[in-house]
Design a protein around this ligand. Structure first.
Ligand SMILES: O=C(COP(=O)(O)O)[C@H](O)[C@H](O)COP(=O)(O)O
Length: 351
């Protein structure tokens, strides 16, 4: 049997646990902006713990490579690069042991603060909810749930109208977790939202990214819901820890919207029913915008499956963070305070 070739000493080694976490995020076995950030920080801690690097430069190279692998999984939730940036910035020391300890400690701090931020945010958000209020939700958001949970803990009765959230039905996860809290839930299909807004006192959603102008990027369907809610006079509240603030947007960058596989919307079988003579199914996933698939399929059947959309600040009443609640237009001030003006990717920095 051939023996393994000597590993290239300049080639970074990514721990299989990091690769597994990256695969779980890409396949949405780990999903939701807060959970993704938490899992990414935990993966970097594991990478630090298990790295076999014998010199500091190799250790840093391994960590950066792991971070890059995690970063490339899903493009929209900024909590992911924010988490990676935070952990890598805490990687300090002149020896492998010191680098290892500081990275693990930084990842632990990040995870603890993430949990703390969510509970503080929940307290703040719960103050908006009154006894007997009905909340309409979209997708599954742990930040939104934290507000409801804190309201329940303070003795308020809350009911929920939960949008199913096609195509992946994250509304079912929301409904299950609300029921675990004892909240009466009415589950509706997405198309029924406008009708049921008459019975809602608040729309309460989470966020994957918040841009400097106060736009909220969240599960596709949020923007339509917000427009309808505004028309009906139902306040729209976004529950989002500051890890969801997108610092790059301060310098005019826009947030990439993930385009997912068409089979989440239409099975191969359904495609054939629509177009029996048809082209083979094409996937818009992977290239970030699906342009290639669109062009190739110009005369055939195209399925678009954006995972997120952008709600402009004028349709949002408040963004609730662990630092208080803000009108969306003023969120840039908080963003500057927390992130400064620099947004370089940590794995591009040379120390
Ligand atoms: O849009 C989604 C999840 O989308 P997906 O299911 O595609 O990951 C959630 O509303 C935000 O991530 C906020 O979640 P949380 O408040 O838990 O961070």
């Amino acid at each position: 049997m051939d023996s393994d070739p000597d590993p290239d000493p300049n080639h970074p080694v990514v721990d299989p646990a990091v690769t597994d976490t990256a695969a779980d995020i890409a396949a949405m076995r780990i999903r939701g902006a807060a959970a993704i950030a938490d899992a990414a920080a935990a993966a970097l801690a594991t990478q630090a713990e298990r790295s076999k690097a014998t010199d500091p430069a190799a250790f840093e190279r391994d960590l950066r490579a792991g971070a890059r692998e995690l970063y490339e999984t899903r493009p929209t939730a900024v909590s992911l690069p924010n988490a990676l940036r935070y952990v890598l910035r805490g990687m300090e020391g002149e020896t492998v042991a010191a680098l290892r300890d500081s990275t693990i400690e930084r990842a632990d701090t990040f995870r603890t603060e993430l949990e703390q931020a969510q509970s503080t945010l929940g307290e703040i958000g719960s103050n908006r909810l009154r006894d007997g209020d009905v909340v309409m939700t979209h997708c599954h958001s742990t930040d939104a749930l934290a507000c409801i949970e804190a309201a329940l803990e303070s003795g308020k009765r809350i009911e929920a109208i939960v949008k199913e959230t096609r195509p992946r039905k994250q509304g079912h996860i929301m409904a299950r977790q609300l029921r675990e809290l004892g909240v009466p839930v009415t589950l509706i299909v997405d198309n029924a939202a406008r009708r049921y807004l008459d019975e809602a006192d608040h729309v309460l959603v989470g966020a994957d990214s918040i841009a400097a102008d106060g736009s909220v990027i969240n599960k596709v369907g949020t923007s339509g819901l917000a427009v309808n809610a505004r028309e009906r006079g139902v306040p729209v509240v976004v529950a989002a820890q500051t890890i969801k603030l997108h610092p790059d947007t301060m310098t005019g960058h826009t947030v990439a919207i993930e385009m997912r596989d068409e089979r989440e919307v239409l099975s191969m079988e359904e495609r054939t029913e629509i177009e029996p003579s048809g082209e083979t199914a094409r996937s818009a996933a992977g290239d970030g915008n699906g342009d290639e698939a669109r062009r190739q399929d110009e005369n055939g059947l195209t399925v678009e499956n954006p995972a997120f959309d952008v709600t402009p600040p004028r349709h949002i009443d408040a963004i609730v963070t662990e630092h208080g609640q803000f009108p969306p237009e003023s969120i840039v001030t908080l963003m500057r305070e927390l992130f400064g003006e620099t947004t370089a990717e940590p794995w591009e920095e040379r120390r």
